[in-house]
Ligand binder design. Structure first.
Ligand SMILES: [Zn+2]
Ligand SMILES: [Zn+2]
Length: 159
């Protein structure tokens, strides 16, 4: 099984290829008879008939389109693999992603920063713990991070 690190490098490679392909496409677009149409509109109005034009510009758009699809697939793969590898206690009880950056509630539980922001009830200045339903009456910016947990996560993720 390929390591996550290798996959991340491959993803970076694909992304840099995409940037190059996008630059080429933008240059070819500026030189084409479609230069007056915004590039996004041409991308969105993509059809097989456009391909029949068979110009360098459309070939280049095809390359961009293929790369974007590949990147999307790779990102999904990586995401689900990372999720599978999250040890118990290192995952957010709301979104099941890595619990980092984290925020500690007044009960013994922690939630990831993104989720704690959605749990915060501004009208009541309270957060209901998703695990034990205990109420923490503090705004998000007064909640401390769970430093020990974040360190543990960091060491898991770099392995
Ligand atoms: Zn979360
Ligand atoms: Zn709790």
């Amino acid at each position: 099984m390929p390591s996550t690190a290798t996959d991340k490098r491959r993803l970076q490679d694909l992304k840099s290829k995409l940037r190059t392909a996008q630059n080429v496409t933008t240059a070819l677009h500026a030189d084409s008879d479609l230069a007056t149409y915004p590039l996004e509109i041409i991308y969105n109005g993509w059809s097989e008939s456009s391909l029949q034009r068979n110009t360098d510009f459309f070939k280049s758009m095809q390359v961009v389109k293929d790369l974007k699809e590949k990147i999307q697939i790779k990102e999904k793969e990586l995401e689900s693999r990372e999720r599978e590898n999250i040890p118990r206690g290192c995952e957010c009880p709301v979104c099941y992603n890595w619990l980092s950056p984290s925020r500690k509630l007044d009960c013994p539980h922690s939630v990831c920063l993104r989720c704690v922001q959605t749990l915060y009830n501004a009208a009541e200045n309270s957060i209901t713990c998703p695990e034990c339903r205990a109420i923490t009456s503090k705004p998000v910016n007064e909640l401390p991070p769970n430093v020990a947990l974040e360190r543990a996560i960091e060491s898991h993720r770099t392995n």
